[in-house]
Design a protein around this ligand. Sequence first.
Ligand code: 5GP
Length: 152
Amino acid sequence: HFLKFPAGKQGPLRLVFLNCQPCLPTGRLLVGNWTEVEKNAVTIFGKIIRREIPADIVYEDDLCLAFRDINPQAPVHLLLIPKKEIARLADAPPEDQALLGHLLLAANKVARQLGVQDAYRVVVNNGAGAGQSVFHLHLHILAGRPMRWPPG
Ligand code: 5GP
C-alpha cells in the first residue's frame, strides 16, 4: 500500500489518501490526526472489511459490518464498524450524521439477532487515552453477563 501524505506533520491531519487500487473501492479516506492515524493507517478492521483477514462476521449491510471480538470481554462481544474509514468518533464529520445513526440502529438489529436485545452495552473508546487501540471507529456490543457501572 502506498500512503500519500501531505508535506509536514504539524497541525491536524484532515485527509490521508491511500493510492492503492485494491483499496479504492471502499473509499479509503482516513480522517484523524497524525499521532493516531500513523499508528495504524491501514487498520486490521480495514482488512476485515476487504476480507483480507478472517473474522466471525455476524451482520453486514451496505454501510457496516459486525463481527466477534477476538478477545471477548463478555459472552457476547461484537465489534460493529462502518465500512467508511473514520479513525475515531471525534473525527466523524457532520455529513456522517446518518451513518452514525445507522450504526446505533444496526447495533439494535445485531443485539436482536443474537437474542440479547433486553440487556446489552454499547461502548465507543475514543482515542488512546480512552483505551482505543484500533483506529477505525467501532462500537463494542457487550452482553451475556451482569454489567457493572461505572466501567473501568
Ligand atoms: P479498542 O481497544 O480499540 O476499543 O477495541 C479494539 C478491539 O478490537 C479489541 O477489543 C480487540 O480485542 C479487537 N481486535 C483487535 N484485533 C482484532 C482482530 O484481528 N480481529 C477481531 N475480531 N478483533 C480484534
